[in-house]
Design a protein around this ligand. Structure first.
Ligand SMILES: [Zn+2]
Length: 225
């Protein structure tokens, strides 16, 4: 039984989440986001969530074995039988090895790894330009791409717009540093395995999506689907 088992790789702010949602609709695959899954586990106060929360509250990374256990169970669920779009995992080579082992134990393999390439300065521009409403965090703007009618004021309710701590330049630069040190080695790792497909993530989201969709369609042919 052929499947389409995909990883989306790239720096923060590259648009992986958006692209995963759109590809998921195109190909009928679930978007498996480790960030969303961890937040849901914490909100539901599951045992795994409480375990993960202790690390997150202490400002530490959630250990690999906690994440891999969660992913292994998730990709074994019925909706991921024909494949999945993995976003936010693996983040380092140990996680990549653990994922390979988990797939082997389920008699499965990776179909491809989509790398969304965006230079650091563009990531900084995208993320530091974000402004959020103090009253409703779903009211999100961008100083360049989606500005409010009046600077610093929410169009929907007139509240003040602020920059989240997560979106400050020093925080973004730190996250990029972690990405370059830990996640970037995966580019060579998957390239050597013949799985890497590069996508120019600087273009607008529709163009990025069109390219990514064509790449996935080709991978699907290669899987004999
Ligand atoms: Zn608002």
């Amino acid at each position: 039984m052929a499947e389409l088992n995909l990883i989306l790789l790239g720096p923060p702010g590259a648009g992986k989440g958006t692209q995963a949602d759109r590809l998921g609709e195109d190909f009928g695959l679930p978007h498996v986001s480790t960030g969303d899954m961890l937040r849901a586990q914490v909100a539901e106060k599951t045992e795994l969530g409480q375990q993960a929360k202790r690390y997150m509250d202490a400002g530490d990374l959630v250990p690999d074995e906690v994440i891999i256990g969660m992913i292994e169970a998730r990709i074994a669920e019925g909706d991921a039988r024909d494949g999945f779009l993995l976003d936010g995992f693996p983040r380092n080579e140990q996680q990549a090895e653990a994922l390979a082992a988990a797939l082997r134990s389920q008699q499965r393999h990776l179909s491809g790894v989509l790398l969304f390439e965006v230079p650091d300065d563009e990531v900084v521009r995208r993320l530091t330009g974000r402004r959020v409403c103090v009253k409703n965090a779903t009211h999100i703007y961008h100083v360049d791409f989606d500005p409010p009618k009046h600077e610093g004021v929410c169009d929907q309710d007139g509240s003040r717009l602020v920059q989240r701590d997560d979106d400050r330049e020093e925080t973004i630069r730190h996250r990029l540093g972690v990405y370059h040190a830990q996640t970037e080695p995966l580019i060579g790792y998957y390239d050597r395995a013949g799985l890497l497909r590069r996508i120019d993530g600087r273009r607008d989201p529709d163009e990025v999506h069109a390219h990514a969709r064509a790449v996935v369609a080709t991978l699907r042919l290669e899987e004999g689907l």
